[in-house]
Design a protein around this ligand. Structure first.
Ligand code: NA7
Length: 555
């Protein structure tokens, strides 16, 4: 049996930084990663068009000046290959790879009350134990396929975008289907439309989408960014979403229609999420304001798509702009002006089955060489549900979270002692520029563990009352947001997961904005963590066995 003081599950953006912090403290720790290498989101999602929607220089880690000074982001919104190179560079620069074990899926994690430790069962058959379990599982790491018959029978190539093959996929001249028009589908469609023979998009519901306006970053621009890094990260810390984009502070109704249009024209042509996050705040909360802005975007779509019937199909009717995650696009709407690109509205003619040669809708059969499933994720809790996680008294986390999610600050769970989630459900990460939220979460969790170690505690658990207070706070905040009505992963909707279908809203995302979240968690720390029961417990850990992984032992 091999024992660690801390085990981190997941070697994505969160896991990489988490092990850096633990290694710096000299803690005996390891990272277990299901994938064949590090990188999480950027290891898996290799589909054409996969890139940041965050400005690259606000996505990278901020913890090392040296790293900031030496890395040159080549594009304002960097693509997957470069992003993966960056994460590898970070791991190599700080010597983190030696703490990581790949192809190591955690199947079960059970809290052993008598010993006060976590027992993990790993896919290679080993059992590992640790005092502290840190789940850095990723919020969008459990892809979901449609629940449709015949998928196995298709004779061509088919894959979910998350599992895009590592070797290049030759699409030239091929007949390609893309199912799904979320952020992923919209990226992939815009990228491949002029590279394939024929592209058919199967759209169940359109999404509101706006131009990414990407561009290169020159040496001079990068030098300027480096000079301004402190300022940039300070702006991210001030903004609700953790981006440079800050909401327009003027009241929607205080300005004239002309002034509103002037702002929207400007934002539409600017790079990134400004159109969503630097807009009037009423867009998120006021039906009328939202409808006026949505109509503005609808007109933009009508201007860009030549066939009026196709344009109308691409305009969402069931929700307003920004109440679901806004996909950013590059040449997306123009793709539909190409003769080789076809849009099939499967809300009118639903998908019936996948066949040997393609797929069948209620209207007709289609033939394809490649089917791409851009059908999304069992978001935020899917990766947790996949592991058999059991806490005090053998309670299964999947059962605790079956109908409603609850957590303390999105980082601890009552009934599951010694478990931390630097970027868990209901934390500040899900609704912010992800790495900004991750660094906050990892720092808070690590500072908390330092407190535990310094005081000689061996067991911690968030109180039930504190968890209820936090969950009520998170839930309450949905009340004022239009997004509570949306069929989106922000509300836990996924038509392909039993129990997560429409009408089963789950309160997964913290909507209070990053500054408020950081204020609350920092205040909890400053007060000495009054909402967490701290104590001793358990026998001394079992002797350490051979690991083949060198890791420093805590002094
Ligand atoms: P999303 O945003 O959940 O989008 C999934 C898309 O797939 C969406 O258009 C769905 O239509 C469609 N879908 C899902 N299941 C089906 C079935 N069974 N039949 C037809 N169409 C289906 O996932 P993404 O990967 O695009 O984006 C996830 C996040 O990753 C994104 O927000 C970024 O933060 C990164 P629906 O809307 O359910 O009708």
């Amino acid at each position: 049996m091999t024992h660690y003081e801390a085990i981190v599950v997941g070697a994505g953006v969160a896991g990489i930084y988490q092990i850096k912090r633990l290694a710096d403290l000299g803690i005996e720790a390891t990272v277990l990663e299901a994938g064949g290498d590090l990188g999480g989101t950027w290891y898996w999602n290799r589909y054409p068009g996969a890139r940041f929607d965050s400005e690259s220089y606000t996505y990278g880690y901020s913890f090392s000046r040296e790293l900031l000074d030496e890395w040159h982001w080549k594009e304002r919104f960097s693509g997957q290959p470069e992003n993966l190179r960056y994460l590898n560079h970070v791991a190599d620069k700080f010597g983190l790879r030696k703490y990581m074990q790949f192809n190591c899926r955690v199947d079960a994690a059970h809290y052993d009350e008598a010993q006060n430790l976590w027992r993990l069962r790993v896919s290679d058959g080993r059992e590992l134990t640790c005092r502290f379990l840190i789940l850095a599982l990723g919020l969008l790491s459990m892809p979901t396929l449609p629940r449709v018959e015949g998928m196995e029978s298709f004779k061509g190539q088919s894959f979910h975008t998350f599992h895009w093959p590592q070797e290049p996929v030759d699409m030239a001249g091929k007949r390609v289907a893309v199912i799904g028009t979320g952020a992923t589908g919209i990226q992939v469609i815009g990228e491949i439309a002029d590279k394939v023979g024929d592209l058919t998009v199967f759209q169940r519901r359109p999404n509101w989408s706006a131009p990414l306006n990407n561009g290169p970053i020159s040496d001079e621009q990068m030098a300027d960014i480096r000079r301004r890094y402190d300022e940039i990260f300070a702006a991210c810390a001030r903004s609700p979403g953790g981006f440079e984009h800050e909401p327009d502070r003027r009241g929607f109704y205080e300005v004239t229609r002309e002034e509103r249009l002037a702002l929207w024209d400007k934002l539409y042509d600017e790079p990134g999420f400004g159109i969503w996050l630097a807009n009037f705040r009423e867009i998120f909360t006021d039906e009328k304001a939202n409808a006026e802005f949505s109509e503005y975007i609808a007109d933009r779509i009508r201007k860009r798509v030549k066939d009026p019937q196709v344009a109308e199909k691409l305009i969402p009717r069931d929700h307003g702009f920004g109440v679901q995650r806004v996909p950013m696009e590059t040449r997306y709407f123009e793709a539909y002006n190409q003769p080789n690109v076809h849009l099939v509205d499967i809300s009118e003619t639903p998908l019936v089955r996948i066949t040997e040669t393609g797929l069948r809708t209620t209207e007709r059969d289609y033939e394809f060489d490649i089917i791409v499933y851009a059908t999304g994720f069992d978001a935020i809790t899917g990766a947790f549900d996949k592991i058999d996680i059991r806490g005090v008294g053998g309670e299964a986390l999947a059962d605790k979270w079956r109908t409603t999610i609850s957590s303390y600050l999105g980082m601890m769970i009552h009934g599951f002692p010694n478990l931390l989630m630097p970027a868990g459900p209901q934390s500040g990460s899900a609704s912010t520029n992800y790495p900004r939220g991750i660094e906050t979460g990892v720092n808070w969790c690590t500072d908390f563990l330092e407190h535990v170690w310094a005081k000689g505690y061996t067991r911690f658990e968030a109180t039930e009352a504190a968890e209820k207070r936090w969950t009520d706070h998170v839930t309450g905040m949905y009340a004022m947001m239009l997004m509570r009505k949306a069929k989106s992963w922000f509300t836990g909707y996924n038509s392909n997961v039993p129990g997560h279908e429409q009408g089963t809203i789950r309160y997964l995302v913290y909507n209070g904005g990053s500054p408020k979240y950081v204020g609350i968690i920092n205040s909890a720390a400053a007060k000495g963590y009054p909402d967490v029961s701290l104590g001793a417990g358990g026998a001394p850990p079992p002797a350490h066995g051979p690991m083949g992984v060198t890791s420093p032992t805590r002094a």
